[in-house]
Design a protein around this ligand. Structure first.
Ligand code: FAD
Length: 464
């Protein structure tokens, strides 16, 4: 008789949990999984996917504006939010079904309830008595939004609630200027909502390359987003006509809604990890080794609940490596280098590798190549927004360490650049690559002049 009910029990059916459960089952393990909300997790239900659909939906306003230069008449334009959000939710429901059926097909037992650990091998479920047992436990519980500790914080919504809005607000204040704040600022702005962003830092998007940060901030301001930096909030008050956000240096902003985009904390407490002595870092994230094993031998963790990069493909990679290691007999560490990242703002950011500032801090000598130019499409549409392409090179080895793009299709470009950077591409190899013309991406293989601080390369015509 089997000693345990399951070879593997996964807590959390998000990006990491579903992938690990499926692969372990395909490798012959008996697997159970618990999910307290909806199968699919943050990415599918209230993160990447519905957000990107809203990005598409909101981008039509600028597409229609651009279309006029191309001869189109675009009059009486307005967005029907109930239609948009209904269609987004329908796609989320479809994906929720796809994920559920995937688990079903692999024979993974699903428990749609909250799980907790009663021992290193024992799981309790909120909707029933007794315990289940498993040889290996995988914690893939993700993270949740955190709100600033100010008076009136109960009036705040997070990105989660944005997907539940039945009506579009006339105005919104977004607190925080990380990637989620910038994406939702662009979404609401594109849909015609008056957006004010309040951020305590000096510039948006901490940790990104400074040219991207400055470039996006300028472009968003030009598109009408009121970005206020170095601004702390003091309190939030409900009034007859909305919510008043009081600023700590005086003054206030009134809006129909106030959204906090002030970071996410791991779901790592309140379900038994503390009692079992699973080590967590200062920020509560589970400490794991290169194989995602925690300080307790049979307990592993992947995704946002751990202290690594918090992105869907990273959670999926970690889960894949975990299943290969534990159930496939192939110890597989996760390589976290050169992870491409996007900010699906308008305009968009796509980036991979080191920011110029980081490279300068760790390398003796670096070369920078930059191009700022108006894409061909804008010449006729009349859009006055500059695209930015930037390469960070290790001067000694000629290796490309960072590639940063701001403008249309930046994320798609960064994904392909990531392959080259991961393979160790040098600047000389980029230079020897034939350009694909006319594209914006061709700029990455046609930049010939090093950027010198006082003489920025302004304008560039790859075809000239
Ligand atoms: C608004 C937003 C936009 C994002 N956009 C992007 C993007 O464009 N690209 C990208 O790569 N990443 C994006 N992310 C990040 C991405 O969603 C996460 O990195 C990814 O979902 C992490 O996967 P995970 O498996 O670690 O956790 P999750 O997907 O969060 O899954 C964890 C699951 O565990 C469940 N759970 C928690 N505790 C318990 C318990 N005790 N019992 C049972 N179930 C439990 C939760 O309900 C949840 O479903 C975005 C995130 C947000 C919030």
């Amino acid at each position: 008789m089997a000693r345990y009910d399951y070879d593997l029990f996964v807590i959390g059916a998000g990006s990491g949990g579903v992938r690990a459960a499926r692969l372990a089952a395909e490798l012959g393990a008996s697997v159970g999984i618990a999910e307290e909300y909806r199968i699919g997790g943050t990415c599918v239900i209230r993160g990447c996917v519905p957000k990107k659909l809203l990005v598409y939906g909101s981008a039509y306003s600028s597409d229609f504006a651009d279309a006029r230069g191309y001869g189109w008449t675009c009059e009486d334009l307005r967005v029907d939010w109930p239609v948009l959000i209904h269609n987004v939710r329908r796609e989320v429901d479809r994906l929720n079904g796809v994920y559920t059926r995937t688990l079903e097909k692999c024979g993974v037992a699903r428990y749609l309830t909250r799980a907790a650990l009663a021992g290193p091998h024992e799981i309790t479920l909120a909707d029933r008595d007794g315990t289940l047992s498993a040889k290996t436990i995988l914690v893939a519980t993700g993270a949740h939004p955190v709100f600033p500790a100010v008076k009136g914080r109960e009036h705040l919504i997070s990105s989660n609630e944005c997907f539940e809005l039945e009506q579009l607000p006339g105005s919104i204040v977004i607190i925080g200027a990380g990637y989620i704040g910038m994406e939702f600022a662009s979404i609401f702005n594109g849909l015609g909502v008056a957006v004010t962003v309040l951020h305590r830092g000096e510039q948006i998007l901490r940790d990104f390359d400074m040219d991207l940060r400055d470039g996006l901030a300028a472009a968003m301001r030009d598109r009408g987003v009121d970005l206020r930096m170095s601004t702390e909030i003091a309190s939030i008050e409900k009034e007859k006509d909305g919510y008043r956000v009081h600023l700590d240096r005086g003054g206030s902003v009134l809006a129909d809604l106030v959204m906090a985009a002030t970071g996410r904390a791991p779901n790592s407490s309140g379900f038994g990890l503390e009692q079992l002595g699973v080590e967590r870092g200062a920020n509560g994230r589970i400490v794991v080794d290169e194989f995602s094993k925690s300080s307790v031998d049979n307990i592993y963790a992947v995704g946002d609940v751990t202290e690594r990069r918090h992105l869907t493909p990273v959670a999926i990679h970690e889960a894949t490596a975990f299943a290969e290691t534990v159930f496939g007999g192939r110890p597989t560490p996760v390589d976290h280098s050169f992870i491409p990242t996007a900010v699906f703002s308008q305009p968009e950011i796509g980036t991979v590798g080191l920011a110029e500032e980081t490279a300068r801090a760790i390398l003796a000598e670096i070369d920078i190549y930059k191009a700022r130019f108006r894409p061909l499409k804008s010449m006729v549409s009349g859009r006055d927004e500059k695209m930015l392409m930037k390469l960070v090179i290790d001067a000694k080895s000629d290796r490309v360490l960072g590639c940063h793009v701001l403008g249309p299709d930046a994320a798609e470009i960064a994904q392909m650049a990531a392959v080259a950077l991961k393979l160790g591409v040098t600047k000389a190899q980029l230079d020897s690559t034939m350009a694909l013309h006319p594209t914006v991406a061709e700029e990455l293989v046609t930049m010939r002049h090093k950027w010198e601080p006082p003489q920025a390369v302004e304008g560039s015509d790859a075809a000239a």
